[in-house]
Design a protein around this ligand. Structure first.
Ligand code: HEM
Length: 247
């Protein structure tokens, strides 16, 4: 009996220790940070597929795009649950990205004299912070272009008629009349592709999804994803540019 009680207490203590280590680990250890980073990345990878799917509608049908945009813009679940989660994920991802980069630099303040990096890492993996910074700069422009306008339209007095459900396609189409904006977007999409080329498979590695049987598949999927998704965005931007009626 005493032994049993003792075992239970020690079990409980061990569990308590593990729980504490896990909680502390998630926020303070490099492994924890990598996990958290990877989860936010996986979430963003799913978001990009959804975002591109809606954008693609604008190529095939104005009506379908307007309807989808209206749904995304006015459905309370999307607006007040998904959107805050997305904003959190985006902020979390880039702040954590900086933190990891700084920690990594501190861990190796002196650069390797002979950097045989090409032999064991790719250019993409070594430059995630730079490709990420370009995507971040793009996001600032992008939020200014679409999101800020939409917020002021919807939530500020005199912003516009919220019942106008046919405005979305025209707004998007008109944005891409400007060749400089189209060029800036395309450059950002190329860098996004490079970011994803390493990021996709890396996020799976970080959560421990590594297996001789599945890793090659994940890598191949990552390569396709990082080519097709940015190419899709390029296609949408260029499509609207070349189909402008006034040039
Ligand atoms: C041709 C390419 C793209 C087009 C035409 C486009 C268009 C749009 C539009 C119309 C919105 C909706 C704004 C609103 O009504 O709230 C939006 C939101 C957004 N886009 Fe894009 N987008 C493109 C590429 C991208 C890429 C590559 C990313 C990420 C790297 C991205 C990230 C976002 C984010 C984070 C939002 C905010 C979603 C929200 O919370 O409302 N977009 N985009």
């Amino acid at each position: 009996m005493t032994i049993l009680i003792f075992m239970n207490i020690s079990n409980f203590l061990t569990l308590y220790k593990i729980k504490n280590q896990l909680m502390a680990g998630l926020t303070s250890s490099t492994i924890g940070r990598k996990y958290a980073m990877a989860f936010s990345a996986l979430f963003l990878l799913v978001f990009l597929v959804m975002h591109l799917s809606v954008n693609m509608l604008s190529v095939f049908s104005k009506g379908a795009f307007d309807e989808a945009s209206y749904f995304m813009g006015y459905n309370p679940l999307v607006q007040f649950l998904m959107q805050p989660i997305l904003i959190f994920a985006v902020f979390f991802h880039f702040i954590m990205g900086f933190v990891l980069e700084i920690k990594n630099r501190k861990a190796r303040p002196v650069k390797y004299l002979v950097n045989g990096a090409n032999a064991n890492s790719t250019w993409m993996s070594r430059n995630m912070i730079y490709s990420g910074l370009v995507v971040l700069a793009f996001l600032v422009l992008h939020m200014y272009d679409f999101w800020a306008h939409e917020m002021s339209y919807k939530y500020f007095p005199g912003g516009g008629d919220s019942q106008d459900i046919e405005r979305f396609w025209i707004e998007l189409h008109e944005k891409f009349a400007d060749p400089i904006r189209v060029a800036a977007y395309v450059v950002a999409f190329v860098l996004l592709g490079l970011h994803l080329a390493h990021g996709f498979q890396s996020s799976f590695q970080s959560i421990g999804a590594r297996h001789p049987k599945y890793t090659p598949f994940i890598k191949a999927l990552g390569t396709w994803y990082s080519i097709l998704i940015p190419l899709g965005f390029v296609f949408v931007a260029v499509f609207h540019f070349v189909t402008q009626s006034h040039h």
